[in-house]
Design a protein around this ligand. Sequence first.
Ligand code: PLP
Length: 207
Amino acid sequence: MPGDKVKLIAVSKEASVAHMEEAISAGVIAFGENRVQDAILKHRVIGDRAQWHLIGHLQTNKTRDAVKIFSLIHSVDSLKLVQEIDKEASRIGKRQNILVQVNASGEKSKFGISPMELMGFLKEAVLYSNINITGLMTIAPEVEDAESVRPYFNALRELLAKTKPIVEGIANGTEYSNLSMGMTNDFEVAISEGSNMVRIGRAIFSK
Ligand SMILES: *Cc1c(COP(=O)(O)O)cnc(C)c1O
């Protein structure tokens, strides 16, 4: 059922540590940050009292720091990055959970693998043994009417279903089931299309 089990990622990129502490008291268990350096600083204070999710673009030269603190990297969009994450994870004996970011809308300004290239990408990425591909992520276009982005969320769910046999077949024991989609403006539509991870910033942190 849609909405059966949806994980809330509280996007804290514009929140202070004090506000994040309040969010923890209110029951938040996972924060989403879009810059590795900011997350490292906040992690020094908050530590592992919350989970850390990287939702912003990751540059390969920040991979070592990212692998240190993030339980899930939502924004993997190149094989070069996969290679780098695999290498850094191996160095510290970690199996890094990742999502593949898909550019479902095809907007030029957006990062992500195109839907057409996803299958080929996964067939290679799945061969790296220190990463665990647990699903897909997308960012919908900013629009007035959230209903108009429903097709992109629907497309992501279909892509997950279509690529599931490849990922779970090759990477034994991997559960490839996460759909990270939905933000403050469009999370209801995303959940009704099967999202099980919403990334909410403004609705939680802005006054
Ligand atoms: C900022 C951000 C969010 C949260 O957006 P809100 O509109 O504040 O809910 C979610 N995902 C990504 C990738 C972001 O950069």
